[in-house]
Design a protein around this ligand. Structure first.
Ligand SMILES: [Zn+2]
Length: 300
C-alpha cells in the first residue's frame, strides 16, 4: 500500500532589524501556491520541492500536496501572513486523514509578529496533528536557527551543505529517503541539538574553497552530523553580534539505540576554525560523498 505523505514548503529568512513587514503580497511576488498546483510549478526544478516531487515517483507515495510559499528575506511576517500560510499547511494535514509521513521545506530563521520560533511552532502543530509516531523531516538553510522546539518535533532536520545554496534538491531527496526508511520501520530517526562555540564571519562562509568548506569537513568528522547549520548574523533572529556565525549540529540516531552520542567537548572544537589541514579537493570530495548518501546519516 502506498504511503501517504504530506509535502509542503514555507520559507522565510527574517531579518528582525528590518522595519519592513513581510506580507502575503510579498509571498505572492515570489510564490504562494496552494495544494496540488505546486506540482506543475516545480516539476523538473532543482529545489527542494523538485526533490520531493521526484521522491514521490521514486517511492510510489500517495502525496498530499499542502502548498508552497516563499518570499524575499525581509522583516517579520505579519500575523495575517503567518497564520494564513501556517493554516494552509496544518489544515491540509488535518483534512488528509491518516498520514504516514511529512516532508517539509523550511528555512529555519522565520520570525513573525507573534512567533519568534515559527518553524518550531509549525512543526509542533503538525506533530500535534499526526502524533508521535509519524516521521516528520524538513530541509533547512544551513544558517538556520536551531531550536529545541524544532528538534523535539521533527525526526530529521536536513540542512544545506552549500553556501551559496545549490543543493536544495539533494537535501530534499535525503530527507525523503529518511522518511521512507522510517515509514518502512527500518529507522527511527530523532534529533539532538548541539550549539557549540562561534566560528567565523559570514563573509568567509562560502563553501567554495574557503575555510567554511574545511569546517564542514571537520565537523562532519567530529560529530557525524545528519544536519549541520551555520547560523549567520544577517537574517537570524537571535543576534548577539554583527558578523560571527555559530555552528549547530543536529544528530539523528535510532531511538532504539542504547549507545550514547559522543560529541566532542567545545574546547576541542575550535580545531574546525584552524587553517585547512586537508586539501580543498579532499574536502570537496568528502562533501560530495556525503551528498550521495554515504554519510553516517544514511547508515544510522
Ligand atoms: Zn541562506
Amino acid at each position: 500500500m502506498a504511503y501517504r505523505v504530506l509535502i509542503a514548503q514555507f520559507m522565510h529568512e527574517t531579518n528582525t532589524f528590518s522595519k519592513l513587514p513581510t506580507t502575503l503580497d510579498d509571498y505572492r511576488k515570489r510564490w504562494l501556491i496552494e495544494g496540488e498546483a505546486m506540482v506543475p510549478r516545480f516539476t523538473g526544478t532543482r529545489n527542494e520541492i523538485g526533490g520531493y516531487i521526484d521522491a514521490v515517483k521514486t517511492y510510489g507515495w500517495q502525496p498530499v500536496w499542502a502548498g508552497a510559499a516563499n518570499a524575499t528575506p525581509s522583516g517579520k511576517l505579519t500575523k495575517e501572513t503567518w497564520e494564513t500560510i501556517r493554516d494552509m499547511i496544518v489544515n491540509a494535514a488535518r483534512k488528509a486523514g491518516k498520514l504516514d509521513g511529512i516532508c517539509l521545506s523550511l528555512h529555519g530563521a522565520m520570525v513573525t509578529e507573534t512567533e519568534d520560533d515559527a518553524e518550531g511552532a509549525l512543526l509542533e502543530l503538525l506533530r500535534g496533528v499526526v502524533g508521535p509516531d509519524v516521521p516528520i523531516a524538513t530541509t533547512l538553510d544551513l544558517h538556520a536557527n536551531a531550536t529545541v522546539r524544532m528538534a523535539r518535533n521533527a525526526n530529521a532536520l536536513v540542512s544545506y551543505r552549500t553556501y551559496p545554496h545549490i543543493d536544495g534538491y539533494e537535501r530534499a531527496v535525503q530527507a525523503a529517503a529518511l522518511v521512507q526508511a522510517a515509514m518502512e520501520g527500518k529507522k527511527k530517526p530523532r534529533c539532538l541539538l548541539v550549539q557549540p562555540a562561534m566560528l567565523e564571519g559570514a563573509e568567509t562562509a562560502a563553501t567554495i574553497g574557503t575555510r567554511a568548506t574545511h569546517a564542514f569537513c571537520m565537523i562532519s568528522k567530529l560529530a557525524r552530523p545528519l544536519t549541520m547549520r551555520m547560523c549567520r548574523s544577517s537574517g537570524s533572529r537571535r543576534v548577539r553580534s554583527m558578523w560571527p556565525i555559530t555552528l549547530s549540529t543536529a544528530l539523528c540516531r535510532p531511538m532504539s539505540s542504547r549507545s550514547t552520542t559522543r560529541i566532542p567537548s567545545v574546547s576541542k572544537r575550535p580545531a574546525a576554525c584552524r587553517p585547512p589541514v586537508r586539501s580543498k579537493v579532499d574536502c570537496a570530495a568528502a562533501i560530495e560523498s556525503r551528498s550521495r548518501g554515504k554519510s553516517s546519516f544514511a547508515k544510522s
